[in-house]
Design a protein around this ligand. Structure first.
Ligand code: AMP
Ligand code: MG
Length: 702
């Protein structure tokens, strides 16, 4: 089977137009287009839905993509119905029959009358029942008082679908009868319009470029309920999750599930494979853990250059967190997991950019202008009710929708007003001082891509285009451990030889600033058993572990010893200063960054190595700090062999470095506002020479 590229899921409704605001029990369309999830699309009525489907099919065809469209209502009726109604067993004869009789407008349709018409052709009472209208309809009972119509109540597929409804039931919560009568004519038109390009499963082989498939979101109910608990509209979750599940199913599994014989009644795709579908669409699905050998280094390498070490991390690390939906207000700093698509244009309608007077440009004469003012005004949120006649002007306030008959606005400072008229000079261009609808963002445009760390401005953008909920990655949980017998808690009694644990407050604060969740595992003595217990806890409660101290290969370097023992350690001897070896390992499937104990080295290694690595694990992807060249305010002669980072800050356009390079000088870390990065090779730096400066801020906020 040629693989499908895009997957749509349609949640149908037989009800009337549900208005412009997205709401439940309306029509919803979920879409994963060429592997990218789009925000579920709200379709207020069937005319809009049909147009959206045509548009979708045309776009995907034009792009040469195969499209799978799931629809949540039966494509066929119980055996015998087609022949009894149309004289043929071909289910499309029923589709044609219905299309010829169903009348459907956004605010009314004749589905109950058509059901009664069908009933009239069968003996007894039925098969359709449930008149949902106020008026009585002859032959369509309100309750299930049917008898003697001679048809089975369910299809074979329905028998195996717990909680499924009979296609004969026209109303009541969960009923599908109305949707079938109203939906099949729409599908029939698509079938004709795209004849040759579109197949209806399982009546036709699913090998056309576009395949329509009966798919019920009820099959993944548990997953939908879990997603719903986080808020949002049920139908939107249903189509989003089902489209995702379909897209994530391996194509051979998809092909196996499509291998069904049901030439007259049709079938429910995925029936009997509910668990597999749910696994595929699960919101909190986590990727598999990292492999134990993911930090292995090429053999025989002595000192690894910084860039090689970074390239290795970049190639080896991948996202380890699942996804969740959050409200806009909770989304700052989170990593976007699905693209954000504008539900609405910005601005939604043409409006005025200034306070002034609006009129039709075409109605102006030659030379200076005098226009009579109409009564009333247009303000933001309070539109002018009527049309402005040609040759007239209307008072408009910034942000007001342009009234009918207005395409140009003159600034109030540029007119004189008196006796119900305004006067102004010639020379205004058409459209002056107005904003076009959609000039900023068009409806349907993708405004943010997955991997984005959401900024406050991003939230404004989402709000402006009508998006109130976002799919983000779960927050990365980062465990922090300090190791060393010499460490005591800041503020506690320190015996001779003891020092305060300075790394933990620094590292936990860095983790918070990067937008992750801290799991503080405290100080651990230089003791294998205690450290093992702490790493076990870290592996259970966090997605990644940062340790400081004990990362070299001395007697008391228990972090590297334990990771070595677990067979999942690599000592990364990186050619950089400051920084002794970095111990990278995997403990219980969770990556461990064994940072040097020295606080200066610990900070530099965290910023240079751990920060981009954490971004990968968190789903934000690799990122380099944005630095720039600044004239040096210092002098330095650097030997070749390793890259150097100096504690630095900018004053008066020049970058100065801390007076001492001593790696024990924590005061210099605090003094600094960034790092100067000196290249791997030799360098002679004189005052005024450009050097690369990396502000601390360029490492944080993701
Ligand atoms: P280590 O990597 O364990 O050999 O430690 C290197 C240096 O960093 C030693 O002088 C330690 O005392 C010091 N050190 C280790 N951990 C910390 C910490 N959490 N806070 C302050 N200094 C530390
Ligand atoms: Mg130590």
């Amino acid at each position: 089977m040629t693989p499908f590229d895009s997957f749509a899921m349609l949640d149908w409704s037989s009800g009337n137009d549900t208005g412009p605001r997205p709401r439940r029990d309306a029509i919803w369309l979920g879409l994963v287009r060429a592997g990218r999830e789009e925000a579920p699309c709200y379709l207020r009525n069937r005319a809009e839905a049909e147009a959206a489907l045509v548009d979708l099919i045309e776009t995907e065809r034009a792009a040469g993509r195969r499209l799978f469209i799931g629809c949540d209502f039966p494509f066929g009726f119980p055996e015998g119905f087609a022949r009894a109604l149309t004289g043929s067993d071909n289910p499309f004869a029923v589709w044609d029959w219905l299309e010829a009789r169903i009348e459907d407008a956004p605010r009314a349709n004749n589905r109950f009358d058509v059901a009664a018409q069908i009933n009239a052709r069968f003996p007894g009472l039925g098969p359709f029942w449930f008149n949902g209208l106020k008026r009585e309809i002859e032959g369509l009972p309100r309750r299930d008082t049917r008898a003697g119509h001679g048809l089975p109540d369910r299809r074979r597929a329905d028998e195996g679908a717990p909680g499924s409804f009979s296609a004969w039931q026209m109303g009541g919560a969960g009923a599908v009868g109305g949707q079938v009568l109203i939906g099949l004519p729409v599908l029939n038109r698509l079938r004709r319009r795209f004849a040759g390009d579109l197949a209806v499963w399982p009546f036709e082989a699913p090998d056309a470029p576009v395949v329509l498939v009966e798919v019920w979101p009820g099959l993944i109910n548990r997953a939908v309920r879990r997603a719903e608990a986080a808020g949002g509209i049920r139908d939107a979750h249903q189509v989003r999750l089902m489209a995702r599940g379909l897209a994530r199913l391996p194509q051979d599994r998809l092909a196996a599930m499509l291998a069904v014989e049901a030439p007259e009644e049709g079938w429910i795709f995925g029936l009997g494979h509910e668990e597999e579908l749910m696994r595929a669409c699960d919101d909190t699905l986590k990727p598999p853990p990292l492999r134990d050998d993911c930090f292995a280094l090429p053999a025989g390498v002595d000192w690894t250059p910084v860039d090689d070490a970074l390239a290795l991390l970049r190639a080896r690390l991948a996202r380890v967190v699942g996804q969740e939906r959050v409200a806009l207000g909770q989304a700052a700093g989170r990593v976007l997991a699905a693209p954000v698509v504008a539900r609405r244009a910005n601005p939604p309608e043409a409006n005025t950019a200034v306070d002034g007077y609006g009129f039709a440009h075409a109605s102006l004469g030659e030379g200076d202008q005098v226009l009579p003012l109409v009564e009333g005004r247009a303000a933001a949120g309070v539109p002018y009710p009527g049309a402005v006649p040609p040759g007239h002007a209307v008072r408009v306030l910034t942000g007001a929708a342009l009234p009918e008959g207005v395409d140009t606005v003159i600034l109030q400072e540029d007119v004189t007003v008196g006796e119900g008229r305004i006067a102004f000079r010639a020379g205004l261009r058409r459209g002056a001082n107005t904003r076009r609808a959609g000039e900023d963002v068009a409806a349907g445009a993708t405004v943010l891509e997955p991997g984005r760390v959401l900024t406050p401005a991003d939230l404004a953008l989402c709000a402006a285009v009508g998006v109130s909920e976002l799919t983000v990655y779960e927050r990365l949980r980062v465990a922090v451990i300090s190791t060393g017998d010499e460490l005591v808690e800041p503020g506690a009694e320190a015996a001779p030889g003891q020092i305060f644990d300075a790394n933990r407050p620094m590292l936990t604060a860095l983790v918070v600033q990067m937008g992750y969740e801290v799991v503080d595992l405290g100080r651990i003595r230089d003791d294998r058993a205690a450290l093992r217990a702490a790493l076990d806890r870290g592996a259970a409660e966090a997605d990644v572990i940062l340790t400081s101290g004990g990362a070299s290969s001395g007697d008391e370097d228990h972090v590297s010893a334990l990771l070595n023992e677990a067979g999942a350690m690599a000592e990364w001897r990186i050619a950089l200063k400051p920084g002794r070896p970095l111990a990278l390992g995997v403990w219980g499937g969770v990556p461990v960054f064994g940072l040097p104990g020295n606080p200066v080295a610990a900070l530099v290694c965290t910023l240079i190595f751990a920060r981009p690595a954490l971004r990968c694990l968190a789903g934000a992807g690799w990122a380099e700090p944005q630095g720039f060249d600044v004239p040096a305010a210092f002098e330095k002669s650097k030997k070749p062999g390793r890259r150097e980072y100096l504690r630095a800050r900018i004053r008066e356009g020049h970058v100065e470095v801390f007076r001492s390079e001593g790696s024990g000088r924590i005061s210099g870390l605090s003094w600094a506002e960034g790092l100067v990065e000196l290249p791997d090779g030799a360098a002679e730096i004189r005052p005024g020479d450009p050097v690369r400066y990396l502000p601390f801020a360029s490492f944080l906020g993701g």
